[in-house]
Design a protein around this ligand. Sequence first.
Ligand code: AKG
Length: 253
Amino acid sequence: MDNELLKRGLEPRPLTSAQRTALDTDGFIVLEDVISQEWLAGLRRAFDAIYDGEGDKAGEEVAQMEGVRRLADLVNKGQVFDEVYLQPELLAAVFHVLRRPFKLHSLNGHDPLPGSGLQMLHADWGQPATPGGPYHVVNSMWMLDDFTRVNGATRCVPGSHRIPGKVTDHVTDRMVDHPDQVHLTGRAGSVAVFNGSLWHSSYINRADTSRRALHCAFIAREHPQQTNQREYLRPATAQRLSPLACYILDVPE
Ligand SMILES: O=C(O)CCC(=O)C(=O)O
């Protein structure tokens, strides 16, 4: 683990060896029961209230997508999000994949509307020249609703983070199902963590209910963030941040 995290008070919760092997081999794990019922209710309320409040501007700080309720810059949109990017098992998984100091890349929301949501298979960062790294990004899906095959649970291709070259070198039509794809399913309150070089995408929501998720992504410390936290940091957020949070966000203490 990055010693700076420990110095600032992180209480480490190491992964099991099975989880470490799954991250190395498949490129993802699903952590269950991370979010308590009370926190889950608060996160759902905040998701809907922010979306309703922002209207057609929702998500615009990063990216909007037709048919998807997107949110962005959640670090500054409620105290309820403060513990998301500090979750100890998630941080252990991030360090395991990146093997060096990292920071928050962005904290966003994503809810494919019924009948929508299919994205092209993609990676959040390209593949390393040699399998095994160095890797640069780790993403996580915080499931605010059950993630099922029917409501558009994220699809991914296990082991694709170890396939050299770009997705487009191997896949002609990135919208169609890949023969090896699986879905990151789980009960509401679970968190799927995956290597940012893994081929994945949002999937079509064939249910008539929501599939709300938070995307909490981390990036190796030497790279710029997707959301520049120094630029976006609001005074109300700054005044409640712990030294640990400041380090993960890469903002001054
Ligand atoms: O929410 C999901 O299922 C994945 C979304 C995704 O990969 C993206 O927005 O780039």
